[in-house]
Structures are given as structure tokens and as C-alpha cells.
Design a protein around this ligand. Sequence first.
Ligand code: BTN
Length: 325
Amino acid sequence: MNEKLVEILSDGEFHSGVELGELLGVTRTAVWKHVSQLAAYGLKVESIKGKGYRLERPLCLLDGVRLRNDIEVRWKGKLREFSVAHSVGSTNAELLASSKDLPVGLYDILLAERQTAGRGRRGRAWVSPFAQNIYMSVAVRLPGGFSVLNGLSLAIGAAVADAIKAICNIQVSLKWPNDVWYSERKLAGLLLEVQGEQEGPVHVIIGLGVNVLMELEAGSAIDQPWTALSEACEVKVERNQLCVALVDSILSCLESYKSEGFSGLKGLWDKYDLLKGRKVMVSSGDQCWGGEYIGVSDEGYALVRGEDGLVKSLAGGEITVRPVA
Ligand code: BTN
């Protein structure tokens, strides 16, 4: 896709073939070809003789330079790589490969306007249409082996919920282990991918997807109840502003996680816990049982009291806990 063309058309105004040709340094036929390629990105272009081309809906694109500057104000010296891609397979997959040599104490961050192979938990796909949502990955190397990961994804979930609440002024909740919900529907999800030695420093990729402007058409492939900030918030959400708040909150969380672990952030998680005191169904493989969800332990396990009265401590990964309607 011609990135400059999208930037020019993002204002939603008409631009003639001649003007576009001059700005892009190509012929009018080449302009037409570039415009017709936008359909593959889900962008609908209106073309009117004598007026030119315009996007059916204006776009507010992520501004890589502004984002980097805003983030560096607070995190200068901690940020190694920061970039915004127009289209990638998966920001997690890209960062897993590119940040292998990341030193302890630094962060690499990658955002994308679209993912063609976005990864969700449990092998699901993460629907990632162009310029509608936030797809972000943060790479970090944590000292101390795999045990340091207990509770990390929960702590990050709380940081994400905090940032969304601060920017959008809505009451979000967390569904264990790390889905962000609004009004009983999923708004955002986290996927942590890890490489390293059991005992040595671990290389963690924190992948975050937030539905911001997801349109019904794009979201029709999602196989669970979902929502987007455009539906939940009264004010229009500016993705750049939300990105800065999310990065800030996630990096602050990582810094305190390094010194205090999950126990220092559990209080924050409890504040957002969607399931507390609710009846839930627990599924693990082909087994399914009902119980009452009590909360999370200091290590980040879900505590569920079964019908036999015994409290079971559940780790993420294999187990799904869902509320009973
Ligand atoms: C979930 O299933 O709830 C987790 C979704 C995680 C999606 C994000 S989008 C950015 C990053 N790159 C990916 O491929 N996945 C994560």
C-alpha cells in the first residue's frame, strides 16, 4: 500500500488524480492503481469524475514521530526501539524476532495500523483491521527466571484498565486472567509470549489489542461478545493519546513489578475484578465444573470454590473461567 497516499486521503476530502499524481510523483494511471489497492485494507474510496478521490470515512492515523516524542519525555534512556508499522503479520511475532538481544532495563515497542496474522490467546486470531484499533507489543527482559512471570499478565491488565479509565472515563473491568471488559463484553486483550531459560532472564513480549473504533463489518469475524471504545465512550477517543497513556501505564507497571512482583499490584487488580463473588463455569480440556469465584491469589491464580466447598487455585493457560449469566 502507498503510505503517503493514505496519509493524504486521511482527511476525508476530495483529492484530484492530478494533485495526487504530483504529490506522489507518479502518473494518473499509477494513482488509480494505488487507490484501487486500498480496498485490500478495508478502505472504501469514493471516486467522482471532476472531483477526484476521497475516503468514505476520514482516518486519524497513528503519528509515529509524535508518539515517540511524547513517550520519550518520560521514558528517555529506557526506550531502545520504538516504531509504528502500517501493516505487519503480528507485532508480537515481529518483536519476538527483533528484540532477542534486548538488554535488561530497556524496552522495545512496536505498534501497527493493521495485522494480517494477529494472534489471540488459545490459538485464536485477533481481528486487526487498518487504522481502527490499537495493536501494540512491548518487549522486556526480566531477570529472575520464569517464576517472575507469575502474575505479570494480571498486573499489566490492571495497568491497561487504569489507562483506559483515565482517558475514556468509563468503568472497565478485568476478567481473569487478563481480558478487559466493558458492559459484559470484551474491549481489550493481552497475549504474553515468552522465551528464555527456566532460571535465567526471560524475554517477554507483551501484546495488547484494544478495540477502539472497530466497525461492525470488521468485527463480524469475532466469535465472542465484543465492544469498542467508540461505543463505550461519550467522547471521541484519540488513538495517539490513548497509546501514550497505555505505554506510560504499562512501563510504570513493569518498573514496579520488577521490585514488588504481583503482590504490590494485586490491590489494583482487585478493584477491577469482574467476577468477584459471581458464579462461574471453569473449563479445562474436556472437563467443566461450576463454582463461586472468590478472587485472585498473591501469585495471580484464580481462586474458585467448587460445589464440594473446596477452594481450587487455577493457573491461566489451560483453564477458562466464564461468568454464568
Ligand atoms: C486475547 O486473545 O485476548 C489476546 C489478544 C492480543 C492481541 C494483541 S494485538 C498486538 C499483539 N500482536 C498480536 O499478534 N497479538 C497481540
